[in-house]
Design a protein around this ligand. Structure first.
Ligand code: ADE
Length: 223
């Protein structure tokens, strides 16, 4: 079973995320275990200070090394992967998520504001991940996104294994449109081919719609 520890200054941000929906079920079913840790537990000074102003000047605050080193050194196990979520990390992809899903133990460190002391990154971090080219106020949601994404690659987390194979990004094309009952809603009918029972025609229709969608929204995936 994959064990995941998340170190964050905002543990409550993950409350609903861990108990709801597919991830919640995966945790209850013992397919993975996620523990969230408040970094302030390792802030030993009187004011529980986790950050300080940057040497050399500049705006914003920088996460201090002492509590982070202490947290990681307490939680780490031999062979575990220690990951820092940061917009200047390597972009999360399905193949990265799949690789992570096969590990035994991951520690996610959520940074905040202006960044974290470089000595943390140099000494107690093995990998740096970004979830996209935009900047969040802290890395906690980025940790949640990464956990959600990797959990889908753990056998048993998704009800049907099949739902993984047909999806956007696994085969380079975006998803085709989906419809369910009723066959007509507010005068808008479902494309007839989907009601035909002709599986090869349905497959062809889906392929062409996926290609059309990809061409219009993400032409970069086709080159
Ligand atoms: N922290 C702030 N922004 C982030 C991003 N885009 N990815 C990962 N961690 C982050």
């Amino acid at each position: 079973m994959l064990r995941i520890d998340v170190i964050t200054l905002f543990p409550k941000m993950l409350d609903g995320f861990l108990t709801e929906s597919i991830l919640g079920r995966g945790c209850s079913a013992g397919l993975l275990e996620v523990k969230v840790h408040d970094l302030r537990r390792w802030c030993l000074d009187k004011h529980k200070k986790a950050d300080d102003s940057p040497f050399g000047g500049g705006a914003g605050m920088v996460l201090k090394p002492e509590p982070v080193f202490a947290a990681i050194e307490e939680l780490q196990t031999p062979g575990c992967k220690r990951i820092y979520l940061t917009p200047d990390g390597v972009r999360l992809s399905p193949s990265i998520a799949k690789g992570l899903s096969k590990l035994e133990h991951i520690i996610f460190l959520s940074g905040h504001y202006e960044g974290i002391d470089q000595r943390i990154r140099d000494s107690v971090i093995d990998q740096e991940i970004s979830i996209g080219d935009y900047v969040l106020t802290n890395g906690t949601l980025a940790a949640a996104v990464t956990i959600d994404c990797l959990s889908r690659f753990i056998p048993g987390v998704l009800g049907e294994e099949k739902s993984l194979t047909h999806e956007s990004f696994n085969g380079k094309l975006l998803d085709f449109p989906q419809y369910t009952r009723p066959a007509e809603f507010r005068g808008i009918p479902v494309p007839e081919v989907l009601l035909s029972g002709n599986h090869s025609e349905i497959e062809k229709w889906r392929d062409s719609r996926a290609l059309e969608k990809t061409r219009s929204v993400r032409p970069d995936l086709l080159t």
